[in-house]
Design a protein around this ligand. Structure first.
Ligand SMILES: Nc1ncnc2c1ncn2[C@@H]1O[C@H](COP(=O)(O)OP(=O)(O)OP(=O)(O)O)[C@@H](O)[C@H]1O
Length: 355
């Protein structure tokens, strides 16, 4: 295991609650991990602890099997061979692009420095820009220089904290894909912090969802979306809606009875005995709820937003619950209209009956 974080706790003096509590995660060499979660959930604190910039109050951090942080060990940041790109990690304005990129390798021989600068600038798509100055570059180009600067000393681990948050949305998405390509081409292992889930999906091999200092799940994007471990993950990733359901046995199989009809032929569905009286909530994504003109269950459209090839409808069921559905945009119904809806769920995800 390349990076191993075990039962990590980080506290700030004078704050009653730990900023990071009981967090464990593993990252393989060459993989990109992404931490995502709402503001204040502890993402940056965790990243800073890995960098050696925050002391650890419990648990430990290992890099290539060496304990670098624990309650009584703290390898200084400069000995961790870590490259960092932070949101506010500005370039030095008085240094050329080449000068900026060479900053962390100034102790190398001049010829090796020049070769490495050319190599990483090519990697980030800025070959031939070594003589330019930061103010002559766009925001996206400046962030690529910052990335090149961090990669130049061949760090064993790259840490990136919301590196695109000062850039506009279109550029962010493009850069997210580019940065993944650059990190992979460099063979880098990286931990990346964002609060944007599309960015997380575009960049991460493995994604961790944090809330209030805790890591709820550490998995690939597909599993996070389809098999969320907690209600928080279900809601945060892909905006889940929860419908009350009752699990019952019928013909040797489990059926989930919901206000949108029965769900049967379910894979991996828990038995009714998993919940008191079989009563639970099922997670429904907008793509689990389909519009069928003649369906017996009707729902009223309360909101609709046009997304080009489809509408995202928000619908209220007769039972009062709200669900969302992606519907092909040629089904252009009016707000207030009652339309036929049904469920198309492959694997059902259940949680204890909620708040
Ligand atoms: N230097 C500090 N001193 C005291 N408390 C801090 C300090 N830095 C962060 N905190 C607190 O620790 C918690 C976690 O903060 P952190 O910056 O790690 O969250 P985050 O998930 O990165 O948030 P954001 O997305 O807003 O950057 C928050 O409650 C924050 O107020």
């Amino acid at each position: 295991m390349f990076l191993k974080v075990s039962q990590l706790g980080v506290r700030y003096a004078g704050r009653p609650q730990a900023a990071v509590q009981g967090v464990s995660l593993n990252l393989n060499a060459g993989d990109i991990g992404v931490l995502i979660g709402p503001s204040g959930c502890g993402k940056t604190t965790l990243l800073r602890a890995v960098a050696g910039l925050e002391p650890v109050s419990s648990g430990e951090i290992r890099l290539q099997d060496q304990v670098v942080s624990s309650a009584n060990t703290a390898l200084p940041p400069e000995q961790r061979r870590i490259g960092m790109v932070f949101q506010d990690y500005a370039l030095f304005p008085h240094l050329s692009v080449g000068g900026n990129v060479a900053f962390g390798i100034h102790q190398w021989r001049k010829s090796e420095q020049a070769a490495r600068v050319a190599e990483v600038l090519e990697l980030v798509g800025l070959e031939g820009s070594a003589e330019r100055y930061p103010h002559e570059l766009s925001g996206g180009q400046q962030q690529r220089v910052a990335l090149a600067r961090a990669l130049a000393p061949r760090p064993q681990l790259m840490l990136l904290d919301e590196p695109f948050s000062n850039l506009d949305v279109d550029l962010r998405e493009r850069l997210a894909h580019e940065v993944r390509g650059i990190l992979k081409a460099a063979g880098a292992t990286a931990l990346f912090v964002t609060h944007d889930q599309l960015e997380a999906f575009a960049i991460g091999d493995v994604i961790g969802v944090m809330n209030e200092g805790r890591l709820h799940q550490w998995d690939n994007a597909y599993t996070l979306y389809h098999r969320p471990a907690t209600r928080f993950v279900a809601d945060f990733i892909g905006h889940g809606v929860f419908l009350p359901a009752q699990l019952v046995m019928r013909d040797n199989g489990v059926v989930a009875q919901t206000p949108l009809g029965d769900l049967s032929d379910l894979d991996e569905c828990p038995l009714p005995s998993s919940y008191p009286d079989g009563e639970c909530d099922v997670l429904l994504r907008a793509d689990d709820v389909i519009h069928v003109d003649g369906a017996p269950v009707k729902a009223q459209i309360v909101r609709k937003s046009f997304r080009g090839s489809e509408f995202l409808y928000t619908l209220r069921l007769a039972s009062g619950q709200t669900v969302m559905a992606h519907v092909p945009s040629h089904h252009n119904h009016e707000i207030g209209e009652w339309v036929g809806m049904a469920l198309q769920v492959e694997h059902v995800v259940t949680f204890p009956r909620g708040k």
